[in-house]
Write a protein that binds this ligand. Structure first.
Ligand SMILES: [Zn+2]
Length: 495
């Protein structure tokens, strides 16, 4: 046994002696069983993003690292949840759902990880980030004074104050940004810019650079709109303007550009032209990031054209002071995906997006969004927006084994998920591999040797020999970056 890296690790065997004994007897196997016992007991009052006091504990019985099989058992969030208690994973895919006993019979020599007081969700899919532009906190000029994005970009004259931001250049900085999302349960992240491994990225880069899935995430498809659309009338009845696509990107993959990022005529014209393009170019998946300028009148067309709105409520409010009438959109059949946007005006992670969405719902709409609505907006719907609904976002056979294990604090699983703080994220599993977790929930001596990298209360399972930085350099270079665990300095989420 190697040395424990922390002094305050709990002894799981004193808490779950029977489970630990049974599972350790099964530990020397060629397969891996991850068994999560969901035993909802006490309701803890835990301040989100603050110190955890929940008793979720896991026991991991080590086996061969190259095991091809993994079984995850416990209360699963999703359509099959009531009928199943465990998930059998083979390599990076979910192979089968079933009763724990059945799956253990299928993989009798598996390794085991048992947890108490947790829920298992598909890993969150964040369909809107800009990883290279998500390392800094919002400056003082981030205020809801803009009517379109060209104003804060400095393209509409000096009367509109530009907002400051910078691009991160090193892999160590990008890695930190991905860690911020991973620790909050995101396993797939869309946007240009990535590091290989860790989180799975979606964009138009190649797999070797981290883009496991392909989508055209063209950020600004109407780069000259502030000039070209300025003198056009609204409503508009003239010829349409074609949005730009990413050079070299396939037209078979999803196209998810920023559209209608603002409330004015220019923003509305972007939406008009984009939807016209969608209507004239059927046969691929489309999503519209932001859509702030859309009214209720747009909903039938969104539905008819099967365009998902990728909603970033904090960014909408922080820059434009408004957002779409979300309950109306949902109740009338529009598909919505929740996302963060960049750190300069958006949420720092998906848990903060949940928090912002709930706040807006309470303040403006009278609590009309259910916790389950929001959870679907962070799993299944963003997967659909990216044309990945047959691969990620759901715990079903054939899907990628991307899971987030969260502390259970009540018997309301969806409410618990959306109210989680970072310290409630017990573990993340990406493509069947344990990638990160909270050390208080584990006996670290039981985990694979690569789970040795620590930041705060969290561990990361990564072989740093493949990186161009050491763990110490990672911590050094990101001292001024957006923090991993606290929403310090995050943009406002108020009307
Ligand atoms: Zn954006």
């Amino acid at each position: 046994m190697r040395h424990l890296p922390r002094q305050n690790l709990r002894d799981t065997s004193t808490i779950f002696p029977i489970i630990t004994t049974i599972f350790k007897q099964l530990g020397s196997a060629t397969t891996l069983v991850l068994l999560v016992c969901v035993c909802v007991t006490t309701v803890q009052s835990v301040e989100a993003s603050e110190v955890n006091t929940s008793p979720s504990m896991c026991t991991y019985t080590a086996g061969p690292i190259d095991s091809s099989k993994l079984i995850v058992g416990g209360e699963i969030l999703g359509p099959s949840a009531s009928a199943t208690s465990a998930i059998l994973i083979e390599n990076d895919k979910i192979r089968r759902l079933g009763k724990m006993e059945e799956l253990r019979a299928t993989a009798p020599h598996a390794r085991l990880l048992t947890c108490a007081n947790v829920y298992i969700s598909p890993g969150f899919v964040n369909a809107h980030e800009h990883p290279p532009y998500s390392g800094g906190k919002p400056g003082p000029n981030v205020k809801p004074v803009y009517t379109n994005r060209y104003q804060w970009q400095g393209k509409e004259g000096v009367q509109h104050v530009e907002i400051a931001y910078s691009r991160v250049e090193s892999d160590a900085q990008l890695y930190w940004i991905e860690l911020r999302h991973l620790f909050a349960g995101t396993t797939t992240l869309a946007g240009n810019g990535a590091v290989p491994g860790l989180i799975k990225n979606v964009g138009s880069g190649d797999q070797a650079t981290g883009f496991i899935y392909q989508a055209d995430m063209k950020t600004f498809p109407f780069p000259d709109a502030s000039v070209d659309f300025k003198d056009l009338p609204w409503p508009y009845d003239g010829p349409s303007v074609k949005p730009e696509l990413t050079d070299g990107a396939s037209t078979e993959i999803a196209y998810a550009p920023h559209i209608a990022e603002g409330t004015d005529k220019i923003s509305k014209l972007e939406a008009e032209f984009f939807l016209e393009y969608v209507a004239n170019n059927p046969g691929r998946r489309y999503a519209m990031i932001h859509a702030v300028g859309l009214s209720r009148d747009s909903v039938p067309r969104l539905r008819e054209l099967d365009v998902t709105v990728v909603w970033s409520p904090r960014s909408n409010l922080a820059l434009y002071g408004n957002t779409i009438d979300l309950p109306y959109f949902i109740n009338n059949g529009a598909r919505i995906a929740l996302s963060t946007d960049w750190s300069y005006s958006g949420s720092y992670n998906m848990l903060e997006s949940f928090r912002c969405a709930k706040h807006v719902d309470k303040e403006r709409w009278g609590n009309r969004l259910s916790a389950k609505d929001l959870w679907i907006m962070a799993t299944k719907h963003p997967a659909y927006a990216l044309n990945l609904e047959q691969k990620i976002g759901t715990v079903e056979a054939g899907f990628a084994a991307d899971l987030v294990i969260l502390r259970a604090k009540s018997d309301d699983k969806y409410q618990d998920v959306i109210e989680s703080g970072i310290s409630d994220v017990v573990a993340t599993i990406v493509d069947g591999q344990l990638v990160s977790g909270h050390h208080d929930a584990f006996d670290m001596s039981e985990l694979p040797p690569i789970c040795v990298n620590f930041v705060g209360d969290h561990f990361v399972c990564d072989d740093l020999a493949t990186r161009d930085f050491t763990w110490q350099q990672l911590l050094e270079v990101n001292k001024e970056a957006v923090p991993l665990f606290k929403p310090e300095g995050q943009a406002s989420c108020t009307f």
